[in-house]
Design a protein. Structure first.
Ligand code: URA
Length: 222
């Protein structure tokens, strides 16, 4: 692709992502729409190398329509900066796009509806090198309900040809010192991978099969 075709493709991509965001803001596919001020589609470049997925918008996000701008977002900003990432280079979003009342955990049906309707198409469109799953809700909804974050954080997992990276949710890291320490280490592994293995969207062919827990930074095919 020459430079002009490249720019055209990027513009089309951006337009499709914007269309998706518009449809998310109008969505009424589950009951959560009744409680929202704003649906939070997510934000970031259409060709982000990393998509980072949280659980659900909180109060600040609901008020503004922007992801990760509350206390957990501030923690995330510091975490990203500490590991050489720029927030504006990642696509930040959540499993569900509307704030559940009282910040409760989204129900299984809400998660399924929202992920199938919006999160999966967003990931397909952006086609990131790594999708970072922050916290139990994202990991169990997109990978496997039996994976405990305390065992599997810092592990890359390959599913349907996509690479996922498991870590704590920033809100948990704010509350629990052990999770804060773990998430720092996880992000240093993520930074290493993005630096050392750019442009890859699948498992390296020569990567040995690794046991999940305890082998941080390794890729496991599933
Ligand atoms: N937590 C999330 O999972 N997403 C946000 O946007 C904010 C907090």
């Amino acid at each position: 692709m020459n430079r002009r075709e490249d720019a055209n493709a990027r513009r089309q991509h951006q337009a499709r992502l914007r269309e998706l965001a518009g449809a998310i803001r109008r969505c009424r596919q589950c009951g959560l729409f009744r409680h929202r001020l704003h649906a939070v589609a997510g934000e970031g470049p259409p060709d982000a190398r990393i998509v980072l997925v949280g659980e659900a918008p909180g109060a600040g996000e609901d008020r503004t329509g922007r992801p990760f701008i509350g206390p957990a977002g501030k923690f995330l900003d510091r975490l990203l900066a500490a590991h050489g990432f720029r927030r504006q280079d990642l696509f930040l979003t959540s499993c569900v796009k509307c704030r559940p009342p009282g910040n409760r955990t989204p129900h299984r049906a809400e998660l399924q509806t929202c992920i199938n309707a919006w999160l999966r198409p967003q990931i397909e469109l952006i086609d990131p090198e790594v999708t970072v799953l922050c916290g139990r809700t994202a990991v169990s909804a997109l990978l496997d309900r039996s994976l405990r974050i305390s065992d599997y954080h810092g592990v890359f997992r390959c599913r349907d040809g996509r690479i996922f990276f498991i870590t704590y949710h920033p809100a948990a890291a704010m509350r629990f010192p052990a999770a804060a320490e773990a998430i720092q280490h996880d992000f240093s592994l993520l930074a290493d991978r993005m630096r050392n293995w750019p442009g890859h969207r699948s498992m390296p062919p020569d990567e040995p099969e690794q046991p999940g827990p305890g082998r941080r930074g390794t890729v496991k095919n599933h």
